[in-house]
Design a protein around this ligand. Structure first.
Ligand SMILES: Cc1cc2nc3c(=O)[nH]c(=O)nc-3n(C[C@H](O)[C@H](O)[C@H](O)COP(=O)(O)OP(=O)(O)OC[C@H]3O[C@@H](n4cnc5c(N)ncnc54)[C@H](O)[C@@H]3O)c2cc1C
Length: 603
């Protein structure tokens, strides 16, 4: 351990997206010394890609909105499997977190009278998403970064954590390598916050960037913390499908929020054909009513294109499977049609959806102001993650906290658009606050030297097998397997095949070899990512097999209905005594009467 560069912090935050930055800011504000580690350059996290907006019941556009309606919408969207305490805190605190961001310098789009403008999004009863065109994440991360650099946070960029260490039953340290030089670093901390984002790279078609290999979920799991709800993966209904090089790239829901409609190859607006019973009362009866809604008519109900993502994705799959899809296997998303309704539609679309305009123009040579887009579902988000306490965000391993997409609970079986950016702000702050408090109350513990040495040795093993398996081949095989056997539509026989094949891939991963040296070596980085990808994939398929029903993001062809048996159960996976993954169902605690009444009143 002597040759290892080591760093000591009260609080170590792993991940510099919205959740990590907000946690680091808060921990520093509480007086803790804070280290912030991220895989890429500061500012490049996933959060920067967020487009549509941040959900908060500010009631700037519709004064009927309030935290109670936001809470009820989030619970309904999550099919009541949400951690209701988190859903309550989120709805109550999101407005203050957004206003705080504004006070720190974020420039949101404005209403006519100068307040933060809010737009419609799927599953939100009223216009609720504060936004900056379709580049909200960029503004959010810029603001948090600008604010964060004044807090005295030590930032370690282009550094990847590979393992956590536990001592005296507490999280004690993290081992990492710097990507540029391939040298190891040890971070000792009294409290650690995981804010590492999602798992999208476990699938072939995804809107996620290379950074999202499930590191945080896997690091927590191997350190002994529990994961929850891993079967709930969100397949966003609208990803680009053509040309093949950009397949999966997100087409923001804001397109539908601004009036975009979904059509099959017969020109039919198929979303009107299937409206779930629990949303019927809130959904427009006619296209004309839907259009009035997106124009802000308070007496109109939302168009079916703005139903929840899980439902819209399945409707699209149904059209494709029935042979009514677009030429490249998706359906059509049309915003250009609004020229029938408003003057200057072209300028309006370019103003409200500038990134989408450029994305399609540059990547697909399509002008979205005149031509429909071809879209299809793409792996986008994971509702599951590290199981945490709703108030403090501490995991089941003392001293280890998790926030943002890496954590589970808030979104239940399905996340509403816009509820992630607000999640990052609300629970990033809480994780930072409670981690700092934990660090104050606990002395530092030193990780076991032998364990650290063993971890560094293990990380270098691929260099000893220059003729071993190609790590990219194993990664691609895993992505194909998850896409084809544990994707949007799941069946027991296919998932059992996935379990077998994951076993084979684990054996192959143990044989991967890399050539070259440790200086920026993407093959080596990929070899190290495999452990995380395999771990989260196993957690997803284990939980998906156990949930013998269809709910939210989890659709079983062999159990297409919701089942009362699973209505109040979360599935939790942990490392068992034998070292194998163990699954257990955990009943949700009953909701307090006050919250139940809010849900009922908003049905
Ligand atoms: C294209 C796109 C558009 C979206 N639009 C919206 C939207 O409009 N509204 C909304 O609410 N949500 C949106 N989302 C979802 C939302 O952006 C993400 O869920 C959210 O940004 C995740 O933030 P986070 O802070 O949890 O993690 P991220 O922003 O994903 O950051 C993770 C951080 O962890 C670091 N990291 C990961 N592993 C390691 C490791 N092993 N060691 C060190 N560092 C590590 C990464 O480098 C990064 O800094 C969108 C997502 C995408 C992909």
């Amino acid at each position: 351990m002597a040759e290892l560069a080591s760093f000591d912090h009260d609080v170590l935050v792993i991940g510099a997206g919205g959740a990590g930055l907000r946690a680091a800011i808060e921990a520093a504000a509480q007086g803790a010394s804070v280290g912030l580690v991220c895989k890429s350059l500061l500012g490049k996290a996933h959060t920067v890609m967020a487009e549509g907006g941040v959900a908060a019941a500010l009631a700037n556009v519709d004064d009927r909105d309030n935290w109670q309606v936001h809470f009820a919408d989030t619970m309904r969207g999550g099919q009541y499997l949400n951690n209701w305490r988190m859903a309550e805190l989120h709805a109550r605190e999101a407005p203050d977190r957004v206003r705080e961001l504004e006070a720190w310098g974020a420039l949101f789009d404005r209403t006519g009278d100068g307040r933060i403008l809010q737009r419609n999004f799927g599953g939100h009863r009223y216009p609720r998403l504060a936004h900056v065109g379709d580049r909200t994440g960029l503004e959010m991360i810029r603001t948090l970064q600008d604010h964060g650099i004044h807090q005295g946070i030590d930032v370690h960029m282009e550094v990847t954590v590979v393992q956590l260490f536990v001592r005296e039953g507490r999280a004690a340290a993290a081992l990492a390598y710097d990507r540029e030089r391939g040298r190891f670093r040890l971070f000792r901390a009294k409290a650690i916050v995981l804010a590492t984002g999602g798992i999208g790279r476990a699938y072939r078609i995804t809107s996620n960037s290379w950074e999202y290999a499930g590191d945080g979920q896997s690091l927590a799991y191997h350190a002994g913390a529990a994961l929850q709800d891993m079967e709930f993966v969100q397949f966003h209904p609208t990803g680009m499908i053509w040309p093949p090089s950009v397949r999966g790239l997100l087409v923001t829901e804001a397109v539908r929020g601004e009036g975009g409609i979904l059509l099959n190859n017969q020109g039919r607006r198929f979303m009107f054909d299937d409206i779930p019973e629990n949303y019927r009362a809130q959904t427009a009866d006619t296209p004309e009513e839907g259009w009035r809604y997106v124009q802000g008519d308070k007496n109109a109900r939302r168009p079916p294109e703005l139903l929840t993502r899980d439902h819209v994705a399945r409707c699209i799959m149904r059209e494709v499977r029935a042979g009514r899809g677009s030429p490249h296997g998706g359906v059509l998303l049309d915003i250009s049609w609004i020229k029938e309704k408003i003057p200057h539609a072209r300028e309006h679309i370019k103003k409200k959806l500038p990134s989408m305009y450029h994305q399609f123009k540059q990547l697909a040579d399509i002008d979205i102001t005149t031509t429909p887009m071809e879209i299809g579902p793409t792996t986008h988000y994971v509702m599951g993650g590290v199981r945490v306490d709703g108030d403090s965000q501490m995991s089941t391993l003392p001293g280890l906290f998790a926030a943002g997409e890496a954590a589970a609970g808030l979104h239940g079986a399905n996340r509403l658009g816009g509820n992630s950016l607000s999640d990052l702000l609300v629970f990033g702050k809480r994780a930072g606050e409670y981690a700092a408090r934990y660090a104050k109350e606990h002395a530092a513990v030193t990780p076991d030297e032998g364990e650290v040495n063993e971890a560094t040795r293990e990380a270098l093993v691929p260099f000893e097998r220059s003729a071993g398996e190609n790590p990219y081949a194993v990664q691609h095989a895993l992505q194909d397997l998850m896409q084809d056997l544990v994707g949007i539509v799941r069946r027991e026989d296919e998932m059992l095949r996935a379990v077998d094949q994951l076993g084979e891939l684990r054996a192959r991963a143990a044989r991967v070899g890399v050539s070259g040296n440790r200086e920026f070596n993407p093959g080596w980085h990929t070899a190290l990512d495999l452990k995380h990808l395999l771990t989260v994939s196993e957690a997803i398929v284990t939980s998906a097999l156990a949930r013998r029903e269809s709910r939210g993001g989890h659709f079983r062809d062999d159990y297409p209905e919701k089942s009362a048996e699973f209505a109040t159960l979360n599935f939790v996976v942990e490392k068992g005594q034998s070292g194998a993954m163990a699954l257990r169902p955990v009943s949700l605690p009953g909701m307090p009467g006050e919250l139940k009444a809010i849900v009922e009143a908003n049905k």
